[in-house]
Design a protein around this ligand. Structure first.
Ligand code: AHR
Length: 499
């Protein structure tokens, strides 16, 4: 098989935000996962786990969404500010019915983002909130004026306003966010967003709630109605899509025990996001041909049965090489749609769904998905370039997709980054990569590979890890440079070439 990369055939900017993540007040994501409190024996800085922050810095996490998810449309931000002992306690009705003590609120979230060095992305409450509540939150966070909310922020210890680039007006308002019809939500969106002001030099990209798609219902109508009625008021429109092995919500399947057929079915369902980006994007193109409005895929990833014996409302699942392949396939797809996909946030950061990190008390492990984000991080802020490869197809559950997934980019220094995933669990791929337009040398090559069931757990934290990779040869050819290599089955490879 031959992969042809054309570094001079530039396509679109790869927004670093495609490599974003999502943190919700759900299960052990925020509490225990990220936030342990200043008095915890677990090493922390201002209550944030040090090991977690370090790991997220390493993959250059660009943006983090918070506080939900379904939680967002029941969250009242004023409950989460001020002295902790005075903060109102609530029941997290969406996720396990546990007590939420609001000890992690707006100040803590901005502190977390400061430590990681990522952009905060906040999701507002439309479903059970008011226009005033949302407007005042924006004022509280971003205004440098001497106004009631800005003064309240100062009283709570934050003198300077924060910078907030991304704000979403509601979450899944077709479902847990209010069971609305698209026409109704579009009108509400128009109303709510009017009062999201740009204070003190801050400029907010307003994100409207988009469609929730599934394998049997892509839900194009929601995108059509939103674009038709509210496009002039939005910087982004979201899209949610979860990969279910069976494609059905009532039989999700185990995260660790699956056979060959279920492996391929999972990948077929993951690959469907390509069609979703294409077709939701095509609707957006009709209203926004210049592609100014970003498709914000702010929830994606695998969703399996919870780990046996864990709280069903906590959505805790393990992560194997199968998840790594879903991640690599999805990220290559987002890169290839980066003209329209301006942000993507895998669900979720820690201990929930396709997490990049799992914790157990003071122990922390990195999942295979984490390592994929590590391998792909070099695409952030680079420019997508053409890469072409006819590969043998795989068909499962009515969908045919290529057995090898790939994308390539060129960064500001002219380095070419190529990420390739051999999705087959049956055959290694013998590959030649041709880079057109000059003599390149291979600067860096890394691989993640293992049996499709391979995973890290608290007893074997490094069972799956990134390793150095050797190409069989890299040499000059008539049109540029050619590398020969053998790509093991179930593997993700990242290569960087320098001119
Ligand atoms: O990520 C878990 C949940 O999935 C989110 O809260 C919700 O937005 C989606 O349905």
């Amino acid at each position: 098989m031959r992969l042809i990369v054309q570094p001079d055939n530039k396509k679109s900017y790869i927004h670093p935000e495609i490599y974003g993540n999502f943190s919700e007040h759900l299960g052990r994501c925020i509490y225990n996962g990220i936030f342990v409190g200043e008095d915890s024996p677990i090493e922390n800085v201002n209550g944030m786990r040090k090991d977690v922050v370090e790991a997220l810095k390493k993959i250059k996490l660009p943006v983090l969404r918070w506080p939900g998810g379904c939680f967002a449309d029941e969250y009242h931000w004023m409950d989460g500010i001020g002295k902790k002992e005075n903060r109102k306690k609530m029941i997290n009705t969406n996720w396990g019915g546990v007590v939420e003590d609001n000890s992690f609120g707006t100040h803590e979230f901005f502190e977390l983002c400061r430590q990681i060095g990522c952009e905060p992305y906040i999701n507002g409450n439309v479903g059970s909130g008011t226009v005033r509540e949302m407007a005042e939150w924006i004022e509280y966070m971003t205004s440098g004026n001497f106004s009631p909310m800005a003064n309240l922020r100062r009283e709570n210890g934050q003198d300077k306003p924060w910078q907030l680039k991304y704000f979403a007006v509601g979450n899944e308002n077709w479902g847990c966010g209010g069971n609305m019809r698209p026409e109704f939500y579009a009108d509400l969106y128009r109303q709510f967003q009017t009062f999201i002001h740009n204070y003190s030099g801050n400029s907010v990209c307003k994100i409207a709630c988009g469609a929730g798609a599934s394998y049997d219902n892509p839900n194009y109508e929601w995108t059509e109605v939103l674009m038709k009625n509210a496009r002039q008021f939005m910087g982004g429109l979201s899209l949610h899509y979860y990969t279910l092995p069976t494609g059905k919500w009532d039989v999700k399947g185990s995260s660790t025990e699956f056979d060959r057929d279920e492996y391929y079915m999972t990948l077929a369902h993951a690959d469907f996001i390509d069609e979703l980006c294409e077709k939701h994007g095509a609707i957006m193109d009709r209203y926004d041909p210049e592609k100014k409005i970003g498709l914000i895929v702010d929830e994606w990833g695998t969703w399996f049965d919870v780990e046996p014996g864990t709280n069903p409302g906590f959505l805790y699942q393990q992560s194997t090489m199968r998840d790594a392949m879903v991640a690599a396939l999805s990220l290559n797809i987002f890169n290839r749609h980066s003209d329209r996909v301006h942000m993507a946030n895998i669900a979720q950061l820690i201990n929930v769904l396709q997490a990049v990190i799992l914790t157990d008390g003071e122990k922390m492990i990195l999942t295979p998905t984490y390592h994929v984000f590590d391998l792909f991080s070099r695409h952030q802020g680079a420019t997508l370039v053409e890469s072409i490869m006819p590969a043998s197809p795989i068909t499962s559950d009515g969908r045919t997709f290529s057995s090898v997934s790939h994308s390539a980019s060129v960064d500001d220094e002219g380095n070419v980054h190529v990420t390739i995933a051999n999705l087959s669990c049956d055959e290694d791929a013998s590959l030649s990569i041709r880079l057109d337009g000059g003599a390149y040398s291979l600067m860096d090559a890394k691989i993640l590979t293992g049996d499709m069931h391979a995973r890290n757990d608290f007893d074997n934290p490094e069972n799956v890890k990134v390793a150095a990779f050797e190409c069989a040869s890299v040499s000059a050819c008539a049109s540029g440079t050619e590398a020969q290599l053998n790509l093991p089955k179930v593997s993700v490879l990242s290569l960087t070439f320098k001119k």
